[in-house]
Structures are given as structure tokens and as C-alpha cells.
Design a protein around this ligand. Sequence first.
Ligand SMILES: [Zn+2]
Length: 301
Amino acid sequence: MKVFLGIDWGGTYIKAGVVDNQGIVLEKRFFSSPDFRKKNIFLTRIGFLLKDFKNFKIQAVGIGAPGIVNTRKGSIYYLPNIKGWKNFPLKQKLAKYLDVPVFIDNDANVFALAEARRGAARGKSRAIFLTLGTGLGSSIVFDKKILKAETSAWELGHVPVVLKGRKCGCGGRGCIETFVGNRYLLKRYKSIRKGYSEAGDVEDIYKKALKGEKAALRVWEEFSHALGIFLSGMINIFNPQAIIFGGGISGAFKVFKPMVLKEIKQQAMWPHLKGLKLLKAKAKDAGISGAGLLAKESMNN
Ligand SMILES: [Zn+2]
């Protein structure tokens, strides 16, 4: 059986697995990302991984990288949370360690591929994918394909929504990410609930909202207002059949879905709302699976 090696390169963990041509993960390994931070270690360890899985007939390697990449050249422009990887020709360097082709894309595109082929957006030809967490990652499937550009693109999180707004991690100002990212939600909660000093996280605010706590509910209302208005703009442009919510904050899906939907219904152009569904991501091992599918589909092109 022809299989692929999928690598989900995250800030905390690197997850690697053997993926079949349906995107199912057959075997996987987890590694701590800081151990891979040095480039030469990263390269040699990917080489070792192939040897480690030598019982499988691996045809190609797919990598979902946490940053902006050039998908055609397989090079990295930069990784916002990992220093030292600026303008790095990853594919070219890996070629010395591997005897199979390598394909690289942004992690949000890889997640979207898994959701589009075997997750919540299966069978849909147009969908928007969001990964909600520290930042707002995103991708777009149109005509069943991930739209391609010179960069990995589809950085919806960095669409500015406020003139002269707050400074964003991308270097710009007023991006939607500065209204819906983890850090902002926690800060906002603390400012509403003065005196709140517990070292809580977003999951905490979600659980409090489910119990009906007013300050927590207000944070999710504001989050939903910002995200709903923003998504209305995206709906007007792309006319998606589904919007898929993944990432850490998607745990709060039950709380924010009705609120986001309400905003969308008020703001978006109504013909674009026909049949639109808001869905929680559901592909198992989406990062590894999507990276494997990236390798498979890139081989076929
Ligand atoms: Zn930004």
C-alpha cells in the first residue's frame, strides 16, 4: 500500500505519522518541538523518521509549518513563534536527507485539507476554515481545492477591521486577530471582572460562560460580535457552504455558535446565507492527516 509521511509542526510538539491515501493515520510519534529548534537537528531527525517507519512504503513527505511558506519552492519565509527560520529553503535542504519528494504548506492549510477530505467539510466545494487559539489561523477551500498563491496565504486573521487599531503580532494594526485571540479574551475578561487574578485560561472563561457567569458571557458576546461581523465580510466574498471552527477556542463552540450566527444573519447578504453551516472541526489527527494528504495530492498534481 502506498503511504505518506505527515508532519504536524507545532510550537510545543512535532507530531509525525504514516498516513494512507484516505488520510487515515496508521502510526504516529510525538516529539517535543524545542528539541527540533536547531535547523540541522530538525533535518537529521526528519531523515531518521523515515528510517523509523521503514516497514512502510512512504512515497512522499508533507509538512504543515507554523508560519508563512512558499508552497511552490517549499521554502519558509518566517515562523512567527520560532526564531531563526527566516528565508530558509527547507525542501532543498531536506533533499539531502530524504530519497522521496517533500511538500510544505502552512499548518492552517494542512488542517483545512484534513477537514475538507475527511472531516466536517467533507463533500463541500466551498468552505472557510478557522483555527482559533493564540492567533487566528485560516484557510479557504474553493472548488474543492485550497486556493494557491505565491505564499501559503489566506491569512484571514490579519485582515484589519479597525483603522489605527491595536498593534498585531504580524506587524500591522487593528487585525481581527487582535479581537478574537486567546490573549485578548483573557485580558478582556480580567478587565471586566476587576480583581480577578486567578491564572485562568480561555477554557476557564468558556466553562464560566456555560454556568451563566455574566462577565464570561460578555467576553463571548464581544468575541462573537467581532467574529460574526468579520465572517459576514468573508461570506459576502466567498459564499461558503460551511465555516469550520478548529483550534483551542473551538472548545467554546457551543457557547459562541448561536451568537456568531445571529451577527452573520444581521450583516451578511442573504443569498449568501442559503445552506451555510457553522460546524466544529472533527477530523482525527487533523495536522498529521492533512500533511499526509498534502503529500498525496501534491504527488498527483
Ligand atoms: Zn495582524
